[in-house]
Design a protein around this ligand. Structure first.
Ligand code: AMP
Length: 249
């Protein structure tokens, strides 16, 4: 069975995100970029399924600028067999990515498609759901455990106050949550091996997809600055301030 995994290049999770001075977007120039953390978990899960003998081939897909090739190489160093870059310099919104992935699902016919539950840059949490709808496939979001057997996936997901386990018939779309697994460290030999793995580059037009944005960003702004804290000399002053100034007790 083939697995398709979507990996997005985003601002590294350790970087303090800054807004561009013209308030149009987040600053990405000269900023460290990495694979979206949930997508690393998605790739790791695919690799574990391959190690269990359930999966035969892992295809990593990234949509975006040329540098997304680095993200694909990381995916291949974790264990993906090949990569596909859908190259596009324009902004790609979740609907556009979902359409591109749907076209690749039609082309590659994977038995399973794994995405991250959300991209940490736009926090949309939409692409997996949109893909499942467009491709008319069953979906389970926010997976914390995945077991594949007999053409079905049994997927546990965290819900308020507990966990629920769902069974879906394959092919299906699964989105990965934080507790699904802990991705392995990428080793140097695997980074070297990944350089030799096949990486196909396509354009949205090759897949017949119109990626024009459907949503217009009006303004991006930083959260209001927190005012500086103060030190109080003793507990009595603290209690007095909480009572009289903050009025919380
Ligand atoms: P989002 O709906 O934007 O929060 O993204 C959810 C998931 O969709 C991500 O974790 C990725 O697996 C996938 N995804 C979103 N955008 C892209 C992209 N440009 N290239 C590849 N995968 C993407």
């Amino acid at each position: 069975m083939k697995v398709l995994v979507a990996v997005k290049r985003v601002v590294d999770y350790n970087v303090k995100v800054r807004v561009k001075s013209d308030n149009t977007a987040v600053e990405t120039a000269n900023v460290k970029m990495s694979m979206n953390p949930f997508d690393e978990i998605a790739i790791e899960e695919a690799v574990r399924l391959k190690e269990k003998g359930v999966v035969t081939e892992i295809i990593a897909v990234s949509c975006g600028v040329t540098q997304c090739q680095e993200t694909l190489r990381t995916a291949m160093a974790i264990g993906a067999d090949r990569g596909i870059l859908v190259e596009c310099i324009d902004e790609l919104q979740p609907l556009a990515v979902a359409k591109l992935l749907k076209a690749l699902v039609d082309k590659e016919q994977p038995g399973l498609i794994i995405l991250g539950k959300q991209a940490i840059d736009d926090d949309c949490n939409q692409t997996g759901q949109m893909l499942a709808a467009l491709a008319d496939l069953p979906q389970v979001t926010c997976a914390s455990k995945v077991e594949v057997a007999d053409g079905k996936a049994s997927v546990t997901r965290e819900v308020d106050g507990g966990a629920e386990t769902l069974s879906v018939t394959l092919p299906a779309v699964i989105t990965a949550d934080l507790r699904l697994n802990e991705p392995r460290y990428v080793t140097l030999p695997n980074i070297m091996k990944a350089k030799k793995k096949p990486l196909e580059i396509l354009k949205p037009a090759d897949l017949g997809v119109d990626v024009a944005p459907r949503i217009k960003t009006l303004k991006v702004s930083e959260p209001p600055k927190r005012s500086a804290g103060i030190k109080v000399p003793d507990v009595a002053t603290l209690v007095a301030k909480l009572k009289n100034e903050a009025k919380v007790i």
